[in-house]
Design a protein around this ligand. Sequence first.
Ligand code: SDX
Length: 439
Amino acid sequence: MQGQPSRTTSQPLEMVDALTITDHRTGAQHRLEIQDETIRALQLRPIKVREEDFGLMAYDPGYTNTASCRSAITYIDGERGILSHRGYGIEELAEFSHHEEVAWLLLEGELPTEAELASFRREIAENYQPPGWMVDLFRSFPRESTPMFMIQAALAALGAAFPDSLEVHDPAVRRRHIMRLFGMTPALVALAFRRSRDFAPVEADPSLSYAGNFLRMMLGKPGEAYQPEPALERAMDALLVVHADHEQNCSAAVVRSVGSSEANAYSAVSGGAGALFGPLHGGANQAVLEMLDRIGSTEAIPGFLESCKKGEQRLMGFGHRVYKSYDPRARIIHNLAEKVFEVTGVNPHLAIARELERTALEDDYFISRKLFPNVDFYSGLIYDAMGFETGMFTPFFATGRMIGWLAHWNEMHHDPERRIARPRQIYTGPGPRDYPKAD
Ligand code: SDX
């Protein structure tokens, strides 16, 4: 909402969406138009001291206060802990929807009709199985390879099977490859998992749901029928939903940046996977489990938190660039964990996680910095309880986030303001100097 402008001149101010700023280096006044609660950074460029000057830029490391695009896919209110996709709250989607339906919603903007959903499910299932040579690609990795390295490579490699994917301006081509990537990602993640355990691959089963087929390809046996445990299938489905998209997070921003050069979808999501790999982003769910292992007992929590407050360690799974309140996904996943543990048995890390959360939320260091549990704090506990090693946690995050990356990549192609991403910089290097000549 427009705030009351501060009175800087004796003249009565007309109430318009604009800023008037004074450059005290020259005394000149400049008017900047406000649109959608933003000012276009290029409006700063005419503000100069000398005509030959380049003009002012905005400087915003980490883009903490910079909108890079317009998007209709996801809305987050960090202060109020609100997350919605195309207007539907994440709480209702996680409880009543399924990943396939949410995928349609993210791509198309509306919930599908029954007929649309049935046809969409068939189209996804037709794309469950990647090309056979993908098995050889995963076999070529050392068995002990970190799964995210394998998956990031495989996402880009998959494009080699589909050279028409380079035609990014054709909506039909974009849709075909969105469906291939969305359908095949669970298989790639399962191939990484099975490579790490030296298991033979399991064929997709198009009769199963997205989450069910994912569990089958992970846990099934070649040539044998597999029916996922319903509570685990439901939990995996809900986890995929809560990870589906999160507006301009680090990895989605990378997907858009790669796509802005008109690169194909496979290269774009491979870049996104690289960003997600980092422990400050999607790698945090793995880092939480490793942190809980390091803490070891509830008695060690006070000492651990003291080390965090000294900056020696980070409370992984806590804090968020946007949420300055409880991440709504963390609450959903926490409740989901209870249902999974009824099937798998309670995860021994849960007691430490709960006490860690309780203690941190009573500590002024975390309260004053508005640090709350985020999506990664409890998700790893569920994957751990399901029997998966920590190296698979970020790949699970990537599996859920794939449709978000693809929706942003596609939306970008409809944006009339789309331009290749090319930030400026503040140069801090040496001035001009001559190359030393041999005498
Ligand atoms: C995800 O963007 C998204 O939407 C991401 C995501 C998605 O769905 O795509 O939600 C998924 O990436 C969730 C975040 C997962 N990462 C972690 O859990 C790692 C631990 N959290 C942090 O490293 C941190 O909170 C970030 C990276 C998430 C946010 O970093 P910011 O916004 O750059 O905040 P900051 O580093 O500037 O911290 C502000 C202050 C600092 O203290 P002071 O310098 O003011 O004294 O808070 C402190 C930080 O030291 N702080 C923490 C902390 N997070 C911030 N201190 C201890 N433990 C932490 N976890």
